[in-house]
Design a protein around this ligand. Structure first.
Ligand code: NAD
Length: 253
């Protein structure tokens, strides 16, 4: 698989799945724009990519104007945009009894509204290149889990966004798909407030909650994102593809 001559934007590229995705696309020959909020972390990931074909831009997706900054930066750096990976996201714990509408707003703003907005800015350029979009959703988008209510809602909304805009953009030959990871080892859970001990137990439990008997690695999501973005997936659009060791197919028994 080669992405020679392709220009890819990866949001949330300073850590976890986004970092692995940026590095993977770079290894496959793409020019990559990494974006995130932390300059030092972005720089550290950029160093693991091809020097000539990699740029990074600091942007906060919760600021509307930063979406324009990301797209303008990309066009200025590489002249076009072929692939948008909407990866940045946040997780917070909370049930209908313990969360409030402020948590709902924080999660929906980052996991859905910011993606909606950045995509509207990027789409005219993706139409020009007949490019494509890969959204990073979650198994929480396709299955219900207690204790992460707003997060589940945000990822379900993202899956519907994927399907709807896939239909809207198909006549223009722009494909739109999502990956739906299960538990992947990154910092997102600890960032959401899980203690080391709770996280250790959560990862241990993944041996039984994921059919393949283990959590996943960011690189396994990155390779699936690249597959969906590549010519090998030229007849795939509107798909929500689990990368979850079979978790979505399991039932309690
Ligand atoms: P992560 O915390 O390492 O990555 C999320 C990235 O998004 C971070 O770099 C963070 O700084 C960035 N981000 C958050 N808010 C932002 C904002 N307002 N502006 C710019 N950047 C922002 O965790 P990750 O696991 O790599 O998460 C990446 C994506 O994968 C998320 O959308 C997450 O929901 C999804 N996901 C993760 C898992 C998992 O188990 N790790 C499972 C399913 C889905």
């Amino acid at each position: 698989m080669s992405f020679n001559g392709k220009v890819v934007v990866v949001t949330g590229a300073s850590s976890g799945i986004g970092a692995a995705t940026a590095i993977h696309f770079s290894n496959l020959g793409a020019s990559v724009v990494l974006t995130g909020r932390n300059s030092e972390n972005l720089q550290a990931v950029a160093k693991q990519c091809n020097e000539e074909r990699t740029k990074f831009v600091v942007a906060d997706l919760n600021k509307d104007e930063d979406a324009n900054t990301i797209v303008a930066f990309t066009l200025n750096a590489f002249g076009k945009l072929d692939i948008l990976v909407n990866n940045a996201g946040i997780l917070e714990m909370g049930t209908i009894e313990t969360s409030d509408v402020n948590q709902y707003d924080r999660i929906m703003n980052t996991n859905m509204r910011a993606i909606y907005h950045l995509t509207t800015v990027a789409v005219p350029h993706l139409i020009e290149t007949k490019g494509n979009i890969v959204n990073v959703s979650s198994v929480n988008g396709i299955r219900a889990f207690p204790g992460v209510l707003a997060y589940c809602i945000s990822k379900s909304a993202l899956d519907q966004f994927t399907r709807c805009i896939a239909l809207e953009l198909a006549p223009k030959q722009v494909r739109v798909n999502s990956v739906n990871p299960g538990l992947i080892i990154t910092d997102i859970h600890k960032r959401s407030g899980m203690s080391e001990e709770q996280y250790k137990a959560f990862v241990e439990r993944a041996k039984t909650t994921h059919a393949l008997g283990r959590p996943g690695k960011p690189e396994e999501v990155a390779t699936t994102i690249a597959f969906l973005a590549g010519d090998g997936a030229s007849n795939i659009t509107g798909a929500t593809l689990p990368v979850d060791g079979g978790r979505h197919a399991m039932c309690p028994r």
